[in-house]
Design a protein around this ligand. Structure first.
Ligand code: HEC
Length: 96
């Protein structure tokens, strides 16, 4: 019983760590996305909220936007790891 609890506790700590390291909210801050985007108002680029609305219902939105940011096609190339870009895109698409 004790061993099981310890395993569960360790798993919870690990899961929390992963979420923190790749949190989209952290990435858009750390990678300068917020220099050009705001959550709810147009700046240099569209509000994340408007981008989310534009791609609503598009099942492949995440893939398309990750590609765009990774390749620098139609957007400044993001200087971030694949995992970070993915987290940032998920964050943008979940903006309300
Ligand atoms: C130098 C300014 C600048 C920076 C930095 C920037 N963006 Fe953008 N972004 C733009 C502009 C300009 C557009 C195109 C107009 C629009 O749709 O907002 C855009 C568009 C987008 C779009 C929509 C693309 C589409 O097809 O509709 C997403 C998603 C996006 N940016 C995410 C990000 C993320 C995530 C980061 C950080 C890694 C980032 N941007 C950093 C300026 C910037």
């Amino acid at each position: 019983m004790r061993a099981i609890l310890l395993v569960l506790a360790a798993a919870a700590v690990l899961a929390a760590g992963v979420v923190y390291a790749q949190s989209g909210a952290d990435v858009v801050k750390a990678k300068g996305c917020l220099n050009c985007h705001k959550m709810d108002k147009k700046k240099v680029g569209s509000a994340f909220k408007d981008i989310a609305a534009k791609y609503k219902g598009d099942k492949d939105a995440e893939g398309k936007l990750v590609e765009k940011l990774k390749e620098g096609k139609g957007h400044a190339k993001a200087a971030a790891s694949d995992a970070e870009i993915k987290a940032a895109v998920q964050y943008v698409l979940s903006a309300k």
